[in-house]
Design a protein around this ligand. Structure first.
Ligand SMILES: [Mg+2]
Length: 461
């Protein structure tokens, strides 16, 4: 392990919810929940104000509504989040060629590889400058963790939240980790956590005291070894740049949506075989099986499962893909299916952990940009997802606060206006149309500031 805290972990604070608050002045300081609004929807991000009520990511939306009935419930605007994410990732790539994104709002950066930092002081400066740059470019806050390993850098950014920076000095890692819950370690999910608790192991110190042999006995060889190393704060995993993460995948688009569940299963098996042929053709094997499904409404989701070891066995890949398919609702019809295998080149501990965590759902890959499949709304109401942008011929730019029964309620405000007023229209009002999101940060004069983004009429009666 390196001797300087030059691995940086960036995590934007309550990203989706913060973007919504920055866009919508009336929601600043208020509980905001972003996610799928259908009966089976889950929370993607809750603002800090909503977390006070116990609302958190991956919680069923119905439960969130019980806990925080007065919060604003919004459908994600992925195109906007993605464009802001690209700005943030661009700032990270200025620091180092080794940037490993984990999601739209989270990434590891190897500062040493970029020559940006080589010791504690230079790392701290780089982290502070990054946070300032992110705020200037996006108007949003991100938290930074700095440490000598990926595991500790991620723990540090968690401690830094919100809007902070924490650096873990090399040599202090074990003392810091010791009293923490075993759940702090990467890959210790609820199941492994329960398993360890039944064995009387609650903290990282207790994990280290149990010893390697006992952990191997409890969790199996790969997971036991890896977890013991983590408990001693040993984490040698390198930061892997995105373009180096290799995968082999195949996909098919169908002219006519497939509704028949059996046919979907057959297609997935066929794609799994084709993917394995391609994998073998390249002389490779891989550990993570990925299933991609695009549904009739263009919502695309991916499911992945990481195996204990690399495989090029078609039966193993077929079975994994079939298991992943079980967790996907295809009742509305399927227009595209894909099967991929990744984790080809590097055999890292992180992936061994993922195996114990079982099926992982990549909520960020889910893009219910239209109404979620489970929301069987009338076509006109589909145009007006809560939180999305609209423009009215007379009142200007606003966002949908709610719709139903042939009516849509719009709040007229923009990122730089005062909190705006609400007006209600018929859903087929010809003066009302969907609009593109407005930028959160206006360019300085001379850099091409656009006229009219101030939301003319947004506060007029
Ligand atoms: Mg985040």
């Amino acid at each position: 392990m390196r001797s300087s805290p030059t691995i940086l972990h960036l995590d934007m604070d309550a990203f989706f919810a913060t973007v919504e608050q920055a866009s919508k002045p009336s929601l600043r300081g208020k509980a905001v929940v972003v996610g799928g609004l259908g009966p089976r929807g889950v929370v993607a991000t809750a603002s800090y104000e909503a977390r006070v009520f116990g609302v958190h990511s991956a919680m069923p939306m119905a439960q969130a509504r019980r806990l925080a009935p007065n919060a604003a419930y919004l459908v994600p605007r992925f195109a906007l989040y993605r464009s802001i994410s690209e700005q943030v990732m661009g700032l990270l790539r200025d620091l180092s060629p080794l940037v490993e994104p984990l999601s739209l709002d989270e990434a590891f950066v190897d500062l040493e590889a970029g020559g940006t930092a080589w010791d504690e002081q230079s790392a701290r400066l780089a982290g502070a400058k990054l946070r300032a740059d992110i705020r200037a470019v996006t108007g949003l806050t991100g938290s930074v963790g700095l440490a000598a390993s990926k595991m500790l850098a991620k723990i540090a950014s968690e401690q830094a939240k919100p809007d902070g920076l924490v650096l873990i000095e090399p040599g202090t890692e074990r003392a810091l980790l010791g009293p923490m819950s075993v759940r702090t370690l990467p890959g210790v999910g609820p199941a492994t956590g329960d398993h360890l608790r039944r064995a009387g192991i609650h903290t990282v110190d207790e994990l280290a005291e149990a010893g390697e042999d006992e952990l191997v006995r409890l969790l199996g060889k790969a997971h036991g070894h890896a977890l013991y190393a983590m408990a001693l704060a040993r984490d040698e995993r390198p930061v892997v740049a995105e373009r180096e993460a290799k995968s082999v995948s195949v996909e098919d688009t169908y002219d006519v949506d497939i509704h028949d569940r059996v046919r979907v299963g057959t297609e997935v098996r066929r794609l799994a075989d084709r993917c394995v042929r391609r994998l073998r053709g390249a002389g490779l094997s891989g550990r993570t099986i990925v299933l991609k499904v695009r549904r009739y409404d263009f919502s695309t989701l991916t499911r992945s499962e990481t195996l204990r070891g690399p495989t090029d066995d078609p039966a193993v890949v077929r079975e994994a893909a079939a298991r992943l398919l079980e967790s996907v609702d295809t009742t509305g019809g399927v227009r595209l299916l894909g099967v991929g295998i990744s984790g080809l080149a590097d055999y890292t501990q992180e992936d061994l952990f993922a195996q114990a965590a079982g099926v992982r759902e990549d909520t960020l890959a889910e893009e219910p940009e239209a109404a979620p499949a489970e929301e069987r709304q009338a076509p006109t109401e589909r145009l007006w997802p809560a939180g999305h942008d609209v423009r009215h011929a007379a009142y200007g730019h606003g966002w949908v606060q709610g719709s139903g029964l042939g009516r849509v309620t719009v709040r007229f405000e923009t990122p730089h206006s005062e909190p705006g007023r609400v007006r209600t229209f018929r859903t087929d009002d010809p003066d009302l149309e969907p609009a593109e999101p407005l930028p959160l940060v206006t360019r300085r004069p001379g850099e091409g500031e656009r006229a009219g983004t101030g939301g003319v009429g947004s506060t007029s009666p």
